[in-house]
Ligand binder design. Structure first.
Ligand code: PGA
Length: 252
């Protein structure tokens, strides 16, 4: 953890969840409200179709909502797309941009991700900017170079510790059950921290850096106490309230 930084645990539901999944949102709320006071900030990023209903269910709870992607423009002839302003209007305060599934399946470059991060900031959302290397890149010893280039190329010019979060998600760890060793995670987060201080000056010292990739109740303890690991971006384990709450509680 970075001293004096509030951890964030964000759930990324990806393309999962029909209306009946709103019950999990309510269960997350109940779990937070009935348990011991929790210093960790909690956010859930359900599919867009559930965002408005989830916002109603979470009203007054302090649990935040996020989108999983946004268009870079505020409005216009972009059939099928949703703007950061619309995501904010639906009740969200975060948006994930540059998730590796978007970078890979939709050919999103650093420049596209950066435009989306700028849009998030423009709309008053907090951008969760994802970066991460492939398995081949790690085997070739290129992981620091790859992730550094992504960080340099993907953050909004006006990124601050208030409006931007970096999520380090190695592609080979996403959904695979595999995770880097704690020392590999610490080394990458330290490298990102050094870069953020260079790019964002003072703000870079306290910008939150999340780890993501197969985080679950069974392995979250490996992340605790690692310097510069300021929370987690959780995919599969965020779909069940009990598992997600266990990850949240682990961060305190
Ligand atoms: P996972 O997904 O926790 O299921 O590995 C993480 C993510 O893709 O954000």
């Amino acid at each position: 953890m970075t001293p004096s930084v509030r951890p964030l645990v964000a759930g990324n539901w990806k393309m999962n969840g029909l209306k009946n999944a709103l019950g999990e949102i309510v269960a997350i709320r109940q779990g937070i409200e009935t348990g011991a006071a929790c210093k960790t900030q909690v956010a859930v990023c359900p599919p867009l179709t559930l965002l408005c209903s989830a916002a109603e269910r979470l009203e007054g709870s302090g649990i935040a909502l996020g989108g999983q992607d946004c268009h870079s423009e505020a409005f216009g002839p972009f059939t099928g797309s949703v703007s950061a302003e619309m995501i904010k209007d639906a009740g969200a305060s975060f948006v994930i941009v540059g998730h590796s599934e978007r970078r890979t399946a939709y050919s999103e470059t650093n420049a596209i991700v950066k435009a989306k991060a700028e849009a998030a900031v423009r709309a008053g959302l907090i951008a969760i900017v994802c970066v991460g290397e492939t398995g081949n890149e790690r085997e070739a010893g290129e992981e620091i170079a790859v992730v550094s280039a992504q960080v340099r190329g993907s953050l909004a010019d006006s990124a601050t510790s208030e409006n931007t979060i970096v999520a380090y998600e190695p592609l080979w760890a996403i959904g695979s059950g595999m995770t880097p060793t704690p020392s590999d995670i610490a080394a990458m987060h330290a490298s990102i921290r050094t870069l953020l201080k260079e790019i964002c000056n003072q703000a870079g010292a306290t910008m939150r850096i999340l780890y993501g990739g197969s985080v679950k109740p069974e392995n979250v303890k490996d992340l605790l106490g690692l310097l510069n690991v300021d929370g987690a971006l959780v995919g599969g384990a965020s779909l069940k309230a009990a598992d997600f709450l266990a990850v949240v509680r682990a961060f305190g």
